[in-house]
Design a protein around this ligand. Structure first.
Ligand SMILES: Nc1nc2c(ncn2[C@@H]2O[C@H](COP(=O)(O)OP(=O)(O)OP(=O)(O)O)[C@@H](O)[C@H]2O)c(=O)[nH]1
Length: 346
């Protein structure tokens, strides 16, 4: 235990008013002599919070030893550096309790300096901030949950359009840097209006869920991304995948759809649900835009529809650079016709 001389000396505190005040707050006061790195005083509240008796706080080593190993190095370094520099500071860390739990603490430290400006002592307060940390962690996890939700399609549980747009921007940039191919599939369910008309919207929704799952199961690349583009249309991004493999992936999905038929009495293709798929592959060049690539692949989908549906149409896509790059009046993507757009508007 501390002897009376080791305890904090408060001038003009003959009746112990200041000490009583200090020791009745929830914040735990302490003082360290900088030359010896020994505790001169620790408020008795420490025992109620951490279980370590006042007498066990002898040197700063006792403090450091009771910091969570994951927090220790960074907290000690931070506090020592600022103490030497004579700068007041604070630190949050997990403190070990006598019964081997951890409590989140905030230490606020005031540096006392002598007439020469040298650090003489540290005084401060420890606060129990566990409640605040729990609330912060709950908020963080809610925030993460919201972020995940904001990237998911509510019906099918796969990625949504927002997630696709982000992934496309990222993969496009990477493919531009590496000059590796990037493939895209755009898939649209055939005669889906008739499916809804025949079975109703609830069964229609279930069909979309089944197609999304089947599509997700068809993919095996670690960075492949399947997303619902909107309505009964899906997109699949295949980074680092050349044209012939992308075509094979699309055909694999078509086989799945055939082997696990979803009845569709209104469809001329075997009275089962079928899909049309446009596939495109590109090695992006500077000055080209991902939106032009998407539209060019969309045009392959349009061709698949036009040629009778229930098929895959693939093409390697080369985009012209926009006029301001090429220095002439060539449109950004001459391959794009308005046909794809007019089909889309139907
Ligand atoms: N159940 C359900 N239906 C949807 C959803 N989103 C879009 N649809 C329906 O999908 C149908 C799409 O119809 P169309 O664009 O004419 O396409 P289609 O009948 O599949 O014809 P083709 O694509 O030309 O083969 C419409 O009836 C929409 O109501 C959805 O979330 N749930």
């Amino acid at each position: 235990m501390f002897t009376e001389t080791q305890l904090l000396h408060l001038p003009h505190d003959n009746d112990g008013v200041y000490r009583t005040l200090l020791e009745s707050t929830k914040a735990i006061p302490w003082k360290i002599d900088w030359a010896t790195k020994r505790y001169v005083y620790v408020g008795p509240q420490i025992e109620a919070l951490l279980g370590w008796s006042v007498g066990t706080w002898v040197t700063v080593q006792d403090w450091a030893d009771r910091i969570h190993p994951e927090d220790r190095e960074q907290v000690v370094k931070h506090c020592v550096e600022l103490s030497i520099a004579g700068v007041d500071h604070e630190a949050d860390y997990r403190a070990l309790t006598a019964d081997q739990r951890y409590v989140w603490m905030r230490d606020t430290v005031h540096v006392l300096r002598n007439a020469q400006g040298e650090t003489e002592a540290l005084i401060g307060f420890m606060f129990d901030i566990s409640e605040r940390k729990i609330t912060e962690e709950k908020l963080l996890s809610l925030q993460r949950e919201l972020e995940v939700m904001s990237y998911k399609d509510g019906l099918t549980n796969i990625a949504n359009r927002r997630r696709f747009d982000d992934a496309m921007a990222q993969y496009w940039e990477r493919a531009m840097q590496t000059q590796h191919p990037l493939s895209l599939m755009v898939l649209d369910i055939d005669f889906f209006k008739q499916y809804n008309d025949y079975y109703g919207h609830v069964r229609g929704d279930q069909c979309l869920v089944d197609i999304a799952q089947m599509l997700a199961q068809t993919l095996d690349g670690p960075s492949d991304l399947v997303a619902r583009f909107g309505g009964e249309e899906f997109v699949v991004l295949l980074p680092e995948v050349p044209a012939h493999i992308a075509h094979q992936v699309a055909e694999r999905f078509m086989r799945q759809l055939k082997e696990h038929p979803i009845p569709h009495p209104g469809s001329p293709h075997g009275q089962r649900v079928t899909a049309s798929i446009g596939v495109g592959t590109i090695v992006p060049q500077s000055g080209t835009q991902s939106i032009d690539f998407i539209e060019a692949v969309d045009q392959q989908l349009y061709l698949a529809k036009k040629q009778g549906r229930n098929r895959v149409v693939s093409q390697s896509i080369e985009l012209s650079r926009p006029a301001f790059f090429a220095g002439d009046a060539t449109p950004a993507c001459p391959a794009l016709t308005t046909a794809a757009q007019s089909w889309r508007q139907r």
